[in-house]
Each structure stands twice: as structure tokens, then as C-alpha cells.
Design a protein around this ligand. Structure first.
Ligand SMILES: [Zn+2]
Length: 174
């Protein structure tokens, strides 16, 4: 197994793959995934990734390239109730199948269980990994009910400071 550097990951040369395929795995610092890091409480930390490119027989008997993507890692989200960090574990497994053209990819993607991608000479697997990680994030991160200290900030003690939602409510009333 090769341990590809982030730079290599963003320029995976599909055109020069051996028939036996390619496997890679490694660790990506969150600083290499800025779009993901922007959604988190902290960008310190890392994600473990694994990619497998393999050829498998297709429906018509001709081999098709598949890509399996995996990413795992402990992340810190921002709780939307108390705005404090919240531990959460990323777990991504996604399969992609390559077809020769964009038109075929579009036609097949809706009905296929896997994602269907058009074949491209070089693949930005780093962006693909980051997209999958972003999709895996919960839409609304919040601590479990009853978590000690998980209360909305800016309560009675900060009465003088207008709460952003209070300001918004005032705007709506006006
Ligand atoms: Zn909370």
C-alpha cells in the first residue's frame, strides 16, 4: 500500500493505472481539507483515508473501473445549542463507478446505487474525499439532551447584550 501525499491525491493519474488497480491509504491533516475544517470547531486533527481503484467486470462483460473511498476520524463540531465543541466521528464509505463519458454518467447516476463518474485522465481524489466528508456531517449538530453545560449562551447574566436572535426577532416585528 502506498501512502500518497495530499498533492498526489489531488492529481491521481487514472490514465496510467496498471490493470491490477491501485490502493492507497494515509492520514490527512484537517488543514489539507479547508472546506471541511471551516465547518468544525478546530482544524487541528486528522482524517484517516483509504482509496481502492479496481477493475471489475461490467454488465456487458467489459471491465469497468471502480473507486472505493473510505474516511474516518474524530472531529469536533460546534454544538448549535451551546456553541461549544462536540465530539463526533466521521465515517465515510462510498463507491464510484467510472463510465467513458459525462453523458453516460448522467444517464446512469440516478438509477445506480453507486455514484457514477465520467472517466477523467486525472482525478482530484482529495476534493472527492472532502465532498464526501462534508456530506456526512450532520445537518444540525447538537449535544445529546441533558448534556451538562449544554445551554444556549447569552442568558440572564448577559441581559444587556442583545442576543443575535433577539435582534433578528425585532427586525421581523418591525
Ligand atoms: Zn451543546
Amino acid at each position: 500500500m502506498a501512502d500518497a501525499a495530499p498533492h498526489h491525491l489531488s492529481h491521481l493519474a487514472l490514465d496510467s493505472l496498471p490493470d491490477t488497480g491501485w490502493q492507497g491509504q494515509g492520514t490527512l491533516p484537517l488543514t489539507a481539507l479547508p472546506r471541511l475544517a471551516a465547518e468544525l470547531h478546530t482544524s487541528s486533527g486528522a482524517v484517516q483515508w483509504a482509496l481502492t481503484l479496481s477493475r471489475q467486470p461490467g454488465g456487458d462483460g467489459r471491465p469497468q473501473w471502480w473507486l472505493h473511498v473510505q474516511a474516518d476520524g474524530p472531529l469536533q463540531l460546534v454544538c448549535q445549542r451551546c456553541m461549544q465543541p462536540m465530539n463526533w466521528t466521521l465515517h465515510v464509505t462510498q463507491a464510484y463507478r467510472f463510465v467513458p463519458t459525462e453523458a453516460e454518467a448522467e444517464a446512469q447516476d440516478a438509477e445506480a446505487e453507486e455514484d457514477v463518474l465520467a472517466w477523467q485522465p486525472t482525478l482530484d481524489a482529495l476534493a472527492l474525499l472532502e465532498d464526501e466528508a462534508l456530506l456526512a456531517l450532520p445537518a444540525f449538530a447538537v449535544h445529546a439532551k441533558g448534556t451538562p453545560g449544554c445551554q444556549p449562551p447569552a442568558q440572564a447574566s448577559d441581559a444587556q447584550v442583545p442576543h443575535p436572535f433577539a435582534a433578528l426577532a425585532a427586525l421581523r416585528k418591525g
